[in-house]
Ligand binder design. Sequence first.
Ligand SMILES: [Zn+2]
Length: 349
Amino acid sequence: MRWYKHIVLVGLLILYGFNNELVAQVKSVGVKTIVIDAGHGGKDPGAVGNNLKEKDITLSIALKLGELIKKHFPDVKVVYTRSTDEFIELFRRAKIANNAKADLFISIHVNSNKKPDPSGAETYVMGLSKSNGNLDVAMTENAVILKEDDYKNQYEGFDPHSPEAYIIFSLYQNANLDLGLTFSSMIQEEYRKINREDRGVKQAGFLVLWKTAMPSVLTEVGFISNPEDAKYLAKEKNHWLIAKSLFNSFSKYKGQLEGKIYHLLSSNDLPKIVENEDTTKEVHKNIPKDTIDKSINTIAINKPKQEQEQKQKDTTVINDATNDFQKIAEKLVNKAVQDTILFWVQIAS
Ligand SMILES: [Zn+2]
């Protein structure tokens, strides 16, 4: 055996150990920090219509989601990109997530259309738009950078209104995308459970998702331009329902990555809200924080039969999703193994 064959052999043996370690590493990853991004804020109201402002609705849902996670997952760190009505640049939102070394990023938005007909909820991951509709949503959301002082430098000269500029997102591909898609599907499934119209999981070039270094999604919870959706979004109890959907998606996603089954919330676990008027204007400020904590019931021990059956269904979904995750993990390991083999062959020659 020639000397270089020994090197290759030793290399492969090390690689075998490394491979096992990597599998263990991928399996031990979890969701310890989540960044919740309430879209828009301050001088940027986002979409407006039917007496509502997007920035108020997104903040109300974001804070409620954060409260639910803090309450039921005390070990998870919740980071908000904003917790008040303030303007935060898109690039800074990604920076907050990266600095926090977050494991998951969720950006909450409300859709708008020139026509009043479109309605329902959809969730996006980063990528090239496959339809003009998706592109329009991304262009509308990205246009906010024009309100930022230094947008030309911060986004590498990106023009949010030029369809051609979006072609760069065709190159966007990474391992976080698969996990983002998994999380997005879970969100849409939870929306269906609260009878929200499901517009599906989509891809488009959202600048807020561009530079985040973790699985990232942007969810559009409804259309402010649609009278029925606007009526729904005006009610604070529905903000809790949407927050519950996002919480349950988070719970399933975390469970899938950690090989566990975490509890899911039902509507009964949410605070009872008596709506006086259909207005959400700064509705999040009307509930003192300690009231929120007290009013969220902990999970009842004796679950009604129907709920148990639902849990059974959810478990099946989680098992399916776990299989998906294992496939992704294997893919990552194989890629790393391939890269390493290449490295060793180069040394040997
Ligand atoms: Zn928005």
